[in-house]
Design a protein. Structure first.
Length: 372
């Protein structure tokens, strides 16, 4: 039996330095890790994904999943708590891991479409019921902190859209998934909070309700501002919808807050970062940057205008960007960024506070920078 490297009391949760994160369009190594328990080390030859609910075929091996038509999607996977630290420090205290701006990665995923797996399983739920149904994902391979297993679900109608690109990923960046990223199979749900991209997948259920799992019903929800403590939150969990789509967002990686930056001979400072579209409304079409705290703005250059692979859309991808600004020299300088996507969604200066500190998408910020 393979010994687990991480205990359930201290799961692996980490994010890379921002400057390293944006050094390449595809996040090859060093992406963020989010776990609610230890990492299992599974045998692909014996692993099975069971299908429950309104279906006839009830099991797929990794070999069977590999034999189905394979689909590639370039997708930014993002924790719903990305940028929680900013909400915590800019607004007020929140309840959750203190993620900064690096709980995101942009990868090339490959595997069969979920819709193909469900159709191959003989799903017989009438079309008119899809809008009210969910497809639930579960992993029983490792213990969790808050439930007997890890689970989540997305609307069945979304899962069955061919252009929604929901897949059962067997590969990440041209290689089999690593254990910490879900080997041998995980769900990838483009545009949707990373919590639904269940790793080490072993069960899929087509059902007429959301997943009943803790992480669907008592976590990853935007609670109203009056739910300002754990006790008050109890009356709101059942009233608030689970997060599906993530909002439009952008982050400044360079220059970092509290850093010193030198202008070039023309007085220019290069500001760099990433931007993410809202849900299904990608790609990002514009990023603006301010070097004077929001008084004036300049357009950034979007670094990735074309897909690196023919026929693969960048709808779900992040966009790396760079802007030339001419700040006055001095201390205490603030740089800001704001993004817009194809759907017309524009990043707001600051969202409302919520207890879990999720879906923070205020302007990207770099504060207290010294310009010389």
């Amino acid at each position: 039996m393979v010994k687990l490297e991480h205990t359930v009391r201290k799961p692996l949760n980490r994010e890379p330095p921002l400057e390293k994160l944006i050094s390449s369009f595809i996040t090859e190594e060093g992406g963020y890790d989010r776990n609610h328990g230890p990492i299992p080390y599974l045998d692909a030859s014996t692993h099975r994904v069971a299908i429950y609910g309104a279906v006839t075929q009830q099991e797929f091996s990794i070999g069977q999943l590999s034999s189905l038509p394979q689909h590639t999607v370039i997708c930014a996977l993002q924790c719903a708590g990305n940028r929680r630290h900013t909400m915590r420090t800019k607004l007020k205290e929140v309840n959750g891991i203190d993620w900064f701006d690096g709980a995101v990665m942009n990868c090339r995923w490959r595997g069969p479409r979920l819709r193909d797996v469900l159709l191959r399983s003989g799903m017989d739920l009438p079309r008119e019921k899809w809008k009210d149904a969910h497809v639930a994902f579960a992993c029983f391979q490792t213990p969790c902190q808050d439930d007997e297993y890890y689970g989540g679900s997305i609307p069945l109608e979304r899962a069955m859209q061919e252009d929604a690109d929901v897949i059962l990923a067997l590969e990440m960046n041209g290689r089999p998934l690593t254990p910490n990223h879900g080997f041998p199979v995980r769900v990838v749900t483009p545009g949707i909070a990373g919590a639904r991209s269940v790793k080490w997948l072993d069960r899929i259920t087509v059902q007429l309700c959301e997943s009943s799992n803790f992480y669907q019903q008592r976590d990853y929800k935007i609670l109203p501002e009056e739910a300002d403590c754990v006790e008050k939150a109890k009356e709101w969990w059942d009233k608030c919808p689970s997060i599906v789509d993530m909002p439009v967002n952008s982050v400044i990686a360079v220059p970092a807050s509290e850093s010193t930056v030198k202008r070039d001979e023309n007085g220019v400072v290069y500001v760099k970062g990433y931007a993410l579209p809202s849900g299904q409304d990608g790609p990002v079409t514009q990023v603006e940057v301010s070097a004077d705290g929001g008084k004036t703005w300049v357009l950034a250059e979007l670094a990735q205008a074309e897909s690196p692979e023919k026929g693969v859309s960048l709808k779900w991808s992040w966009t790396l960007w760079q802007a030339k600004v001419k700040p006055e020299p001095g201390t205490g300088k603030k740089f800001l960024s704001r993004a817009m996507d194809k759907g017309g969604n524009v990043q707001a200066p600051c969202p409302k506070w919520n207890l879990r500190g999720v879906s923070y998408n205020g302007y990207g910020e770099s504060e207290n920078v010294e310009v010389i």
